[in-house]
Design a protein around this ligand. Structure first.
Ligand code: 9D3
Length: 259
């Protein structure tokens, strides 16, 4: 998959190209990134890419002409058509579902804004979709673009090991993940839960599901509203109920009556 990234700060993307799983994806050419700096397409002596907002107010706005010249050069460089996504605080929030859809594309354009944002006429003419990464403010589109790219790259074929990707399916189940433990079995007076040390796979699966539900109810109750349990999960919960690991009242509180 090829990413064409419009950014004033291409060096920031070394966080992806130089480290970890994403670095290996670039090395193996599962992913490719081409960077386009609007400053290279500015036409005045100062190489301006921003100007003052019509109507007044604080901050600067990214100008239409350098951005338009950048996109035209991008599209001329390789004729594979592709959508252009603008990472924007006004965008729809990024979701794993969206990430999965983007991972199917051969090529994707990403526009990283700086300053107060981009001239709206550029968005109207060139941008297919605006995407944000959450209800908080960062200084520009680069970190959000890197989050999106990282999330997409790890879904590309061969980037994560096969074992890992099978595992992935089990916890993109719409729940928060359960706690994890490794050696030593006791540290600073804290023991690993006995059930995890005993090696009974059904008991372990039951424990993990209950911890996931507990955490999700506590931290992300919104996720429980649209939750659909798999038949395996329903069977585990039924067993947990019968064994007294969870009460009917608790299941009702979680919105998961078992019939
Ligand atoms: C007062 C208006 N602010 C808009 C919410 C100004 C402003 C803040 C931050 C304008 C641009 C930015 C830069 N942020 C991004 O480019 C950005 C972003 C974000 O700040 N939060 C969540 N997702 C994203 S995607 C791009």
């Amino acid at each position: 998959m090829r990413f064409d990234v419009i950014t004033l700060f291409p060096e920031m993307f070394s966080a992806l190209t130089d480290y970890g799983v994403t670095r290996r994806a670039f090395e193996r050419q599962a992913a490719e990134a081409v960077f386009w700096n609007p400053r290279d397409f500015a036409t005045d002596n100062y190489r301006s890419v921003d100007d003052r907002p019509y109507g007044g107010g604080p901050g600067m706005v990214m100008m239409y002409p350098p951005l338009a010249a950048t996109v035209e050069a991008m599209r001329a460089a390789d004729k594979t058509p592709f959508p252009l996504i603008y990472l924007s605080p006004q965008g729809r929030p990024l979701t794993q579902k969206k990430v999965e859809q983007l991972a199917e594309l051969p090529r994707l354009g990403l526009l990283c804004g700086r300053y107060e944002g981009v001239d709206e006429r550029f968005i109207e003419r060139y941008v297919d979709e605006e995407i944000g990464v959450g209800d908080f403010v960062v200084s520009g589109g680069e970190l959000p673009a890197m989050m999106l790219m990282d999330a997409v790259i790890r879904l590309l074929p061969g980037v994560l090991g096969d074992a890992r990707s099978a595992e992935e399916d089990s916890f993109s189940d719409g729940l928060l993940d359960c706690p994890h433990y490794t050696r030593p079995p006791e540290v600073d007076g804290m023991a690993v839960p006995a059930v995890l040390q005993q090696g009974n796979h059904e008991q372990i699966a039951m424990w993990r599901l209950l911890r996931k539900l507990e955490r999700t109810a506590e931290r992300r109750p919104d996720l429980l509203d649209n939750l659909v349990l798999t038949s395996d999960q329903r069977a585990l919960l039924r067993r947990a109920l019968k064994l007294g690991h969870v009460s009917n009242e608790q299941l009702i509180e979680w919105g998961l009556p078992l019939d």
